[in-house]
Design a protein around this ligand. Structure first.
Ligand SMILES: Nc1nc2c(ncn2[C@@H]2O[C@H](COP(=O)(O)OP(=O)(O)OP(=O)(O)O)[C@@H](O)[C@H]2O)c(=O)[nH]1
Ligand SMILES: [Mg+2]
Length: 347
């Protein structure tokens, strides 16, 4: 009797599981994710990771198109460093003073191939102690985040046979203008990720993409507590992020949308904490200036806003350029989104 009872119970459970599975398949085939966040927070870097993880990586054309951009980034990064050094009025080594001046005068970012002599100039200026000092003070200037990576790799990047690899492409910044959408399949679902430009003049375009979104991914560059806005050098980047986050939460379109907060650039955040105090950005922070306490404080600042009691906000600390980490986090995120979608169907 007992065995028969458990057999029929098992049968019943299997039936329920099957019908649940069928219902799951009937749910939206297309899951739409919207990436929001201020400029430079790392939205498009996530999109690149999706291309690596869920598509077949970058096409030959795409790789080819990055080559001049990356070469331009190397040259531009050095220009920004030399200009910042001028503001600091620190002297370069005698032998570098003239060549640095000349570098600024003859700066031609679109000159994509350079002579061996010009490459030596780049490497020589980059290794000057005064320029290294500017790099240590980089949060005070508009110097691209991964300039050190590109300048360290200048020799390889300007080699005749150079072809960008995934790490080069992930580290390279091209500010998004307009909207880009990528599609990929994982499991039974077609995922659509909408990426927008995060700089001030781009944000007015956001509203057109708010409808029909299954989940919102809001990206914050957690290292931005020590930096000023590119668009307005008087505004702290994290204050701007909080302001954009606040208005996003108040938007009527997202009342029921699950939100995933990505505290991105944790690698750079750890470095920034060595150089800068979180209390300069948030005077109410009185903890230790270390990763644990600072990240906990920032997380609270964002999550406490919530506004609606039943709103679901999930969060992760990420390094957008780390493919393995992003892959692990996104398999969790996808699971969470599908669970929410399923619950919505039954409630
Ligand atoms: N070191 C490090 N760099 C990162 C990380 N995430 C993104 N970046 C870099 O940050 C820069 C900006 O990233 P993007 O993805 O272009 O930023 P975005 O949010 O799309 O910026 P907009 O298009 O202007 O809105 C790029 O150089 C990326 O390589 C990270 O976790 N660590
Ligand atoms: Mg972008």
């Amino acid at each position: 009797m007992g065995t028969q009872g458990s057999k029929s119970e098992k049968k019943r459970m299997k039936k329920i599981e099957k019908s649940l599975e069928e219902t799951k398949n009937k749910l939206a085939k297309e899951i739409r994710l919207l990436l929001l966040g201020t400029g430079d927070s790392g939205k498009s870097t996530f999109v690149k990771q999706f291309q690596i993880l869920y598509q077949d990586g970058f096409s030959k054309d795409k790789i080819h198109s990055y080559k001049p951009v990356i070469r331009c980034v190397v040259k531009y990064s050095l220009k920004q460093l030399i200009e910042a050094n001028k503001k600091l009025e620190t002297e370069l080594k005698k032998k570098n003073q003239k060549i640095a001046e000349n570098y600024l005068k003859t700066f031609a970012p679109r000159n994509f191939s350079i002579s061996t002599k010009q490459l030596i100039v780049i490497q020589q200026i980059w290794s000057d102690p005064a320029i290294k000092n500017v790099w240590d003070l980089r949060d005070n200037f508009q110097i691209p985040d991964n300039s050190d990576y590109f300048l360290d790799n200048a020799g390889r990047i300007f080699d005749k046979s150079y072809s960008p690899n995934n790490i080069d492409i992930l580290n390279c910044r091209i500010a998004t203008t307009g909207i880009q959408e990528i599609h990929f399949d994982v499991g039974e679902k077609n995922w659509v990720v909408v990426d927008v430009g995060g700089q001030r003049n781009e944000r007015r375009k956001w509203i057109h993409h708010f409808e029909g979104v299954h989940a919102l991914i809001f990206v914050i560059g957690i290292n931005e507590f020590a930096k000023k806005l590119y668009e307005d050098n008087t505004i702290n980047r994290m204050h701007e992020s909080l302001m954009v986050w606040d208005s996003t939460l108040k938007n009527r379109y997202f009342k029921k949308t699950p939100i995933i907060l990505m505290f991105n650039k944790v690698d750079l955040f750890k470095e920034s904490l060595i150089r800068s105090n979180l209390s300069d950005c948030f005077p109410d922070f009185n903890g230790e200036n270390n990763f644990e306490e600072a990240s906990k404080f920032i997380k609270k600042k964002f999550i406490k806003k919530k506004y609606l009691k039943f709103r679901k906000i999930y969060h992760h600390f990420t390094c957008g350029t780390d493919t393995k980490m992003v892959g692990n986090i996104f398999s969790d995120v996808m699971e969470t989104i599908l669970d929410n979608h399923l619950k919505d169907y039954f409630v």
